[in-house]
Design a protein around this ligand. Structure first.
Ligand code: SF4
Ligand code: SF4
Length: 74
């Protein structure tokens, strides 16, 4: 099953590294710097955003579960 990132906003320090390293350009940031998965279909589940996050604020989860989170933070 496809997996996409879920962001833990309590851990995130809004550094933008996840967006920077996402070659699929699936991640964007809100005005305050909080990242979100702007283009879920573009995500290739490569896990680079999770691996590069210095604050362990990203986990990959199944698409269905994550869709709920995307709606919640949108
Ligand atoms: S890399 Fe981690 S801490 Fe930095 S903006 Fe992304 S989720 Fe937040
Ligand atoms: S898993 Fe890969 S393609 Fe998907 S948002 Fe993270 S860095 Fe981008």
């Amino acid at each position: 099953m496809k997996q996409i990132p879920e962001f833990d906003v309590a851990r995130c320090k809004k550094c933008g590294i996840c967006k920077h390293f996402c070659s699929a350009e699936a991640i964007d940031v809100h005005e305050d710097g909080t990242p979100y998965l702007a283009r879920p279909k573009a995500c290739t589940s490569c896990a680079l955003c999770r691996d590069m996050c210095p604050d362990w604020a990203i986990r990959l989860c199944d698409l269905n579960e994550a869709e709920i989170e995307v709606e919640r933070v949108a």
